[in-house]
Design a protein around this ligand. Structure first.
Ligand code: NG6
Ligand code: CA
Length: 486
């Protein structure tokens, strides 16, 4: 078999109802929908977490986040949480003779607690299996707002060194901050995001210097796309794997001017339109290069949707007007233990191999590692301890998936899905996220939902099925006490 190229496209905070092919109302994503002309649409695809860093950790390591105590939303100056010796998804591809690249959002930490942004950085994507990387360090709302190419900040000016701090008080008295210089803001924050001002937007964290290196939010999408194309052009003679982490529709939502007003859904809809266009351009480029037939394109999201995640950009109002429900029929969203947190759009497209299919197989992003290892004949040994080979399900050859889904909320509350049942362990904590108003799914009572008729998790039937509750709770405890589940 000719080894296919693999491009894993991962959106940031895109919900189950945010794509028109997933039945999203008031939204139009024609280019992503077109992936389904030769693709499998997973109705029951999951990430392992309702937030970013843990979900991405699982994709890249094939391991549940709870096994690494550092899997939480990381600040922009956190050390890399994937150890250099760890088995990873890109290393599996490298073993199979692929060239590998990470493009886009990283958010898994950099360096080893020693980061100096003005020198070569010691621990980057290049140390965990990527031959090439062109990323931003954390999130688009966290400093430093710069591109990192392999080990160096791009456009670094030695006369204008970069300093970064996540201290509670601003340690630099000569930089603009949202508190000191509200007149410089072009976007109003609702919670947090009142530290450094970069490109007219308040961020999390303080940053000084690096004027030539800071990004323009409007350019992020095109910049990453052009890097992706360059990598493809330079590596088309052998198979390649590209982890392409799109920054949309995470806050701050600042589309290129070409997309302002494109969706009728306000900035959140506009950046989704921008992202969709980006996928269209990428697909067209692959076609032009004669590569589309032999390239597997996976499209997914790291976690569920959120509307006000710290900036007042009218997302809620615009959605209401268009009756757009970003989590579709699901309850909760980003941060949540309800299905809206970790059940995400997941599409696998392969022009020369697949017909349009909707699959209800239970699959998780943690399975990419073992599935591609099996496809490529790579021996996993003890790598990817929670990843299962469900390649037959990914390719639509069977509707049987992994049997169980295990995932966590922002506060490490756990849920387990087996067949039609989703069980959520009792937990302390608030019913809603104070900032975003998302229903978090925390309850002192055990919760059991029958997904066959209750996708929206409205009717807790735990009391009707005490044996099932006991058995599923015990399984969660068993997973938490285990060293692997593969
Ligand atoms: C939260 C931020 C939110 C977002 C999130 C990370 C505040 C009040 N909220 O702490 O804006 O940045 O972290 O999102 O600062 S994620 O998709 O990368 O997990
Ligand atoms: Ca995210």
């Amino acid at each position: 078999m000719k080894k296919p190229n693999v491009i894993l496209l991962l959106a940031d905070d895109l919900g189950y109802g945010d794509l028109s092919c997933y039945g999203g109302v008031g939204v139009s994503t024609p280019h992503i929908d077109a992936l389904l002309e030769h693709g499998i649409q997973f109705a029951d695809g999951y990430s392992t977490s309702a937030v970013c860093t843990p979900a991405r950790y699982s994709i890249l390591t094939g391991e549940y986040p709870f096994r690494n105590p550092n899997t939480r939303i990381l600040p922009g100056n956190a050390p890399c949480i994937i150890a250099k010796e760890k088995g990873t998804l890109p290393k599996i591809f490298q073993k199979a003779g692929y060239r590998t690249a990470a493009i886009g959002k990283w958010h898994l930490g950099l360096g080893n607690n020693d980061i100096d942004w003005n020198r070569e950085i010691s621990h980057t994507p290049n140390d965990v299996g990527f031959d090439y990387s062109y990323i931003f360090p954390a999130t688009n709302d966290r400093v430093p707002c710069v591109y990192l190419k392999n080990r160096l900040v791009e456009n670094l000016d030695p006369n204008d060194p970069i300093e970064v701090s996540y201290a509670a008080e601003c340690p630099f008295d000569d930089i603009p901050t949202s508190v000191r210089n509200p007149e410089m803001l072009r976007m109003v924050h609702s919670h947090g995001h009142d530290n450094s001002i970069v490109n007219g937007v308040g961020r999390i964290g303080f940053m000084r210097g690096g004027a030539k290196a800071v990004w323009k939010d409007e350019d992020l999408s095109e910049q990453f796309l052009s890097e992706a194309k360059k990598f493809i052009a330079e590596n088309k003679e052998q198979p390649f794997f590209m982890y392409y982490a799109l920054h949309q529709p995470h806050v701050p939502r600042v589309p290129n001017p070409k997309f302002v007003g494109a969706s009728g859904l306000g900035p959140r809809g506009d950046v989704i339109a921008e992202m969709d266009d980006c996928i269209g351009q990428l697909t067209a480029y692959l076609e032009e290069q004669g590569l589309l037939e032999d390239t597997i394109l996976i499209f997914s999201s790291d976690n569920g949707p959120v509307l006000d995640d710290g900036y007042l950009d009218n997302a809620e109002l615009c959605n209401r007007k268009m009756q757009h429900k970003p989590a579709g029929p699901l309850r909760g969203g980003k941060y949540s233990k309800f299905e809206g947190g970790a059940r995400i759009p997941l599409i696998l497209s392969w022009k020369s191999h697949l017909k349009p299919t909707v699959s209800h197989a239970l699959v998780s992003q943690v399975d990419f590692a073992a599935s591609f290892a099996a496809m490529l004949g790579v021996d996993l040994e003890d790598w990817a301890p929670d990843s299962r080979n469900v390649m037959d399900a990914f390719l639509g050859e069977t509707m049987e998936g992994r049997g169980e889904i295990f995932a966590e909320s922002v506060s490490k509350g756990y849920f387990l899905r087996q067949g039609k049942w989703t069980y959520m362990q009792p937990s302390d904590g608030p019913a809603r996220n104070y900032h975003t108003n998302t229903e978090l799914g925390n309850s002192h009572d055990p919760q059991l939902y029958n997904m066959a008729y209750d996708q929206g998790q409205r009717e807790n039937v735990a009391q009707l099925h005490p044996d099932l509750v006991e058995q599923m709770d015990a399984r969660i405890e068993e997973i938490l006490a285990s060293t692997h589940t593969r």
